[in-house]
Design a protein around this ligand. Structure first.
Ligand code: TXA
Ligand code: MG
Length: 316
């Protein structure tokens, strides 16, 4: 569907009928369904092959709508004011009788809520006039989609439509912020950096992916965002037969198939390119080929980039 008024009307019509419509946000494409409709939300899990114990993010257009769904702790409200609309998801106690289908929470007492910033996502939420449950619009465990083509390659035939809004501006999923009492906890690094969160909240406890054996957010399971190829991280240069994913100036790379996340070493540019480049290199390699990846600095968006690369590289 085009991003026209007619396209939006068609999307709303499909969603009201319990359909699944993928739509662009500034992070990645989401696979939307009416969050109040148990059967529609159940279709999301089937279309993605998503484990039933993995809860969903509910998307709303404004703060008033968010506050009807969750009980924000004081620091949650501070973070919401600073970063919504934007690439931040807040996990907080779910309000009773908010009308959200139970399976969105997958048995948890908390609910994940986000106000996206992409104008098309906000237009859709306002036109739909209700909450949309939306995980990333990919098959469970695979690389997230940053274009409508990525969505169609994997989900055509399983969903009812895609709104094509071009490439996503951020390119990595939202940062997920939870709370232990009023203490902020980073559940997933993402489009809002830890440094930016701490500037408004004070210290935020970051859950490392290694010590987190019983994950609270299954996006924290170690193998995730997985291409078919094997990744070799922190590489200086590709070895014979390997593909190369560079960051900053490229080394001598012979005849290796290659892509560069950002020749100038921009983490923002690398974020917008990561998932598309992984898909492209993956398609050009035989199954179980190897992609050597340049080191990415552990600062700013580099935390989220390294998190996704580490999971993509995890044994499975
Ligand atoms: O940028 C994004 O966040 C995208 C766009 C579409 O909004 N969505 C996204 O959704 O990445 P998904 O389902 O692929 O990842 C959401 C993560 C999952 O790891 C899930 O386990 C976690 O959020 N999550 C959802 N509800 C939760 C809850 N109540 N407690 C802890 N983690 C939760
Ligand atoms: Mg996902």
């Amino acid at each position: 569907m085009g991003a026209t008024d007619r396209g939006l009307r068609a999307a709303v019509y499909l969603l009201r009928g319990g359909g699944l419509v993928a739509f662009p946000t500034e992070t990645v494409y989401g696979l939307g369904a009416d969050a109040r409709d148990e059967r529609a939300v159940a279709r999301i899990y089937r279309a993605k092959g998503r484990p039933a114990q993995n809860p969903l993010i509910v998307h709303v257009p404004d703060m008033a709508a968010a506050e009807t769904l969750i009980d924000l702790p004081a620091k949650g409200r501070v973070a919401a004011r600073a970063f919504w609309p934007g690439p931040l998801t807040i996990v907080a106690p779910a309000r009773a009788r908010a009308g959200i289908a139970d399976i969105c929470r997958a048995g948890k007492s908390t609910l994940a809520v986000r106000i996206p910033a992409a104008p098309l996502a906000l237009d859709l939420l306002r036109a739909f006039d209700g909450p949309l449950a939306a995980p990333s619009a990919n098959v469970s465990g695979k690389v997230s989609p940053t274009s409508a083509d990525h969505v169609m390659e994997e989900l055509t035939g399983r969903i009812d439509g895609v709104i094509d809004g071009g490439d996503c501006a951020v390119g990595l999923e939202s940062t997920i912020l939870g709370f232990e009492g009023d203490q902020p906890v980073l559940l997933r690094p993402g489009g809002v950096t830890l440094e930016a969160l701490e500037a408004v909240l004070g210290p935020v406890r970051a859950l490392g992916i290694v010590e987190n054996a019983a994950p609270d957010a299954p996006g924290q399971m170690s193998s995730h965002y997985a291409p078919g190829a094997v990744l070799r991280l922190n590489a200086d240069a590709p070895r014979l037969g390997e593909a190369w994913l560079g960051f900053g100036p490229d080394p001598e790379r012979g005849s290796a198939i290659s892509r560069n996340l950002s020749l100038t070493g921009s983490l923002e540019e690398a974020a917008t390119n990561l998932f598309a480049h992984l898909r492209m290199l993956d398609e050009s390699l035989d199954y179980k080929g190897i992609i050597a990846v340049a080191p990415i600095p552990a600062e700013g968006l580099g935390h989220a980039l390294n998190d996704r690369l580490t999971r993509a590289a995890a044994p499975r």
